[in-house]
Design a protein around this ligand. Sequence first.
Ligand code: ADP
Ligand code: ZN
Length: 602
Amino acid sequence: MDTPIEVLHRVFGYDSFREGQQEIIEHVVQGGDALVLMPTGGGKSLCYQIPALVRPGVGVVISPLIALMQDQVDALRALGVRAGFLNSTQGIDERQAVEAAFVGGELDLLYLAPERLRADSTLRLLDRGDISLFAIDEAHCVSQWGHDFRPDYLALSGLHERWPEVPRIALTATATPATHAEISSRLGLDQARHFVAGFDRPNIHYRITAKSEPKRQLLEFLRTEHPGDAGIVYCLSRSSVEKIAEFLADNGIPAVPYHAGLDAATRAAHQSRFLREDGLIVVATIAFGMGIDKPDVRFVAHLDLPKSVEGYYQETGRAGRDGLPATAWMAYGLQDVVQHRRLALEGDEAHRRRQVLHLDAMLALCETAGCRRVMLLDYFGQELDKPCGNCDTCQAPPESWDATVPAQKVLSTVLRLARERRQKFGVGQIVDILLGKKTAKVLQHGHDALTVFGVGTELGNTEWHGVVRQLLAQGLLAVEPAHGALVLTDASADVLRGQREVRLRRDAPRPTRSRPSGGGGSSRQAVELPAEAAPVFERLRAWRAATAKEQGVPAYVIFHDATLREIATLAPSSLAELGKVSGVGENKLAKYGEQVLETLAS
Ligand code: ADP
Ligand code: ZN
């Protein structure tokens, strides 16, 4: 029988385990139960795939991602692993063939949709085979706290009673203490060993920029930093998804929309194109992305503020799974804060309190003058010993300034309108008053007679919006849910009385253009291709695209970008040399080795 490291080399073609993998794999190989918390892109799949290959019997993987099962199974088959799946998308013949293979011991891995386990027939089928382990993927789906709650997952606690001797491994990338505890208790994994991997993704560059003209900013970001790259752009609403996708396409950038309002066939088609084509952008609501394990997503852009740091980290984590440099970029502005503060006022008391906590953490991340990565990891209870050097605030530390007087001007305008006029207004009117603009609306309300009229000419319109945004973020101002009018908070009084200093972060006058030198500073693979290797890489990519198309699988199922880059750089001249490249396992070497060498020689 092969050892785990032998399987890693032979089947997957990788040199070494990533952090945490080996311990987890050995524990499960020996029959232990495990609960695994690992960030998106951390390498969870190997943690059950290798034990399933090492232990006798079939590894049963429970996954909610029905639309992706075919690709997952294709990727395993390309490695020479005997894999199959059972879900509602199959015809009877196909299902029976998979069932027969399972019972006959001709499978290494069987993927199952969770609802299958509710059917008695499935349980009886499983009884007839030899099971090596149960892997419960996306285990946070048992959690009432997450967005992806699936009642079917609750039934999974029954697995242990029916098959007490079969080890279970549950995996998730959602790792706040509350979710962790809930997964553990709902799946009956209190006795299991808990593995919490480091949540850092060093190859991802984080950047959060002040939103002024989002479309133009996005376009500039894509053109200067990611031309021709695949990526995801997240928006909050369906209509902005449609608009942005159209805008990008109009500007010659291939992009497709994805949201829950599109019919299932269109969604599936767009997802499939994203997985199969090189360099396509998906503009999406958060409905897109769970389980998308495309390794070469080069950027994730947010045009609206995510609802929580957890959501942000999961979404941005979809970038750069292959370990090459990737960018998490977000444009965020005053309207985001207003909108979220309003959303956070909906629902029952407990819900509201939770929303506010989530939002405050998210805003703190946006407004921080410190290292973003330090703050992100701290949110997951992990420590980074020094600033990362690969986020915007590390590379261009923002200045902070004493904004006490400007803050007082804003607050006192709000106060005067309320006291003297019994009026409330949104940010636009407040700023016009401060700037002394005699707009129709100002004149109509006689606001030019207020003592604060024109007292704020030391800042421009954009700066005032920045001040209001940060006051909202710090809770020194609030918005009314109904009309978005600004109102004072308890904390405002201290500022007005001069008992509290207000320090704000100076927004960059312009969106930063500079590309951090070399991207992921701390990433081992962050090297650019040498000049002579670039055309070779392009030839290999063309070969890969043709091969993938012929076989009807995503390009990355053939080889990852990282593997092609290494091949282009090393230019191996024999099969033996090619076999040493990371990502070239036994099966792929036999299947594609000659073709790759020919492509190199051509
Ligand atoms: P997760 O499910 O945790 O998001 P995956 O299991 O999809 O992550 O792995 C992310 C990527 O890293 C995949 O492309 C996988 O092939 C690659 N990978 C995983 N483990 C290793 C390893 N030990 N060496 C090299 N690449 C690895
Ligand atoms: Zn940093």
